[in-house]
Design a binder for this molecule. Structure first.
Ligand code: AMP
Ligand code: MG
Length: 333
């Protein structure tokens, strides 16, 4: 009898220890934040802590690898070398050529509103020192801004003029998010998200509810303008409040109309939802340049891509959505 009592107590203890272990191994939302791509990046995945840590670290390493190739600011990155080369033809990796090809497709789709050769102007701007080139300088720089003057063939980029510079800032974050999501999906992670300074890809949520995302108020930092809910989509916003300064009543910001060389001033915020972050990223920048009517017409002509557009008139914010955006919208403030 005594022996049996011991056996039962022992059994209960073992069951207790196992269930405590199981409890602690239950997949929770593991979150890791780090600074890269010029912003704060968060990788959040539902996974047991030990594996989650390893996978999040690998995801950050992967994103860093791409940043080192694609950033125009990192000396000796491929983009840096393209911009500083004194030759017309520069050897590039398959990743860079892949992204430049994708950029060219978006340029054609948007009649040149998206154009990575705005690098010639972007690289002269300094939003920390409040500097934007003056009209005389823009006139000199504009002949170098035309995506038709660069071409990718085999493993090289050909520039019609040596002075051409590129900037992948309007598409690279999305591209890198897609690469990171591909990696996580290959590792059978299907719940979580990646957030690169507000540009996101949402995998599934852990509960039946979808992820709730706030679209930032473009004139009131910290406020939410609208709330949406999505799963298995990318949500990317381009805004004139991200990098800017105001001089003589004019807002100088980082999204440039390639036709004029000046900041695009029709809209203040464009959020695009798409299956690929790369597409959402490039299209949010492009629609920002295209303006309300042309931008919305383009978005409405592409299946499964939606946009929420905000503009300002007489100090009042107005918004309009693409035809299919309703299915994501929870509320607008
Ligand atoms: P985003 O925040 O995605 O709209 O990207 C803005 C960044 O894209 C800028 O900081 C520039 O690096 C780059 N950019 C600005 N204007 C354009 C444009 N018209 N086409 C492509 N890239 C652009
Ligand atoms: Mg973009």
């Amino acid at each position: 009898m005594k022996k049996r009592t011991y056996q039962i107590i022992l059994l209960l203890l073992i069951i207790g220890i196992i269930s405590i272990r199981l409890f602690y191994q239950k997949p929770n939302l593991y979150r890791k934040v780090d600074y890269l791509l010029g912003t704060y990046v968060e990788v959040a995945i539902y996974q047991k802590p030990k594996r989650a840590r390893i996978l999040a670290d690998s995801t950050f390493n992967l994103m860093r690898k791409y940043e080192k190739i694609l950033s125009s600011h990192i000396p000796n990155s491929e983009v840096y070398n393209i911009n500083h080369s004194d030759r017309n033809s520069i050897k590039i990796s398959s990743e860079t050529s892949d992204l430049i090809r994708k950029s060219e497709e978006i340029s054609k789709l948007t009649s040149g509103a998206f154009d990575i050769t705005v690098g010639k102007i972007c690289n002269r701007c300094d939003f920390v020192e409040n500097f934007y080139p003056n009209q005389a300088e823009i006139k000199e720089l504009l002949p170098y801004v035309d995506y038709r003057k660069i071409r990718v063939s085999n493993d090289s980029l050909y520039k019609e003029s040596k002075g051409i510079e590129i900037d992948l800032g309007g598409i690279a974050k999305g591209y890198i998010i897609d690469k990171a999501i591909e990696f996580l999906r290959d590792e059978e992670i299907d719940k979580g998200f990646i957030n690169v300074g507000g540009d996101m890809f949402l995998l599934d949520n852990n509960n039946p509810d979808k992820w709730k995302i706030g679209i930032q108020h473009p004139r009131d930092k910290g406020e939410i303008f609208a709330t949406i809910s999505v799963n298995n989509k990318s949500v990317v916003t381009s805004g004139d409040y991200e990098r800017y300064f105001i001089k003589d009543g004019m807002r100088y910001h980082h999204i440039i109309n390639p036709k004029t060389g000046m900041p695009a001033n029709d809209l203040v915020s464009v959020t695009v939802i798409a299956d690929k972050a790369c597409l959402a990223d490039a299209l949010s920048t492009a629609v920002f340049v295209m303006g309300l009517e042309n931008g919305l017409n383009l978005i409405d002509s592409i299946p499964d891509i939606d946009a929420f557009i905000i503009w300002e008139k007489n100090d009042k914010l107005n918004y309009k959505m693409s035809d299919g955006f309703d299915r994501y919208l929870i509320d607008v403030k």
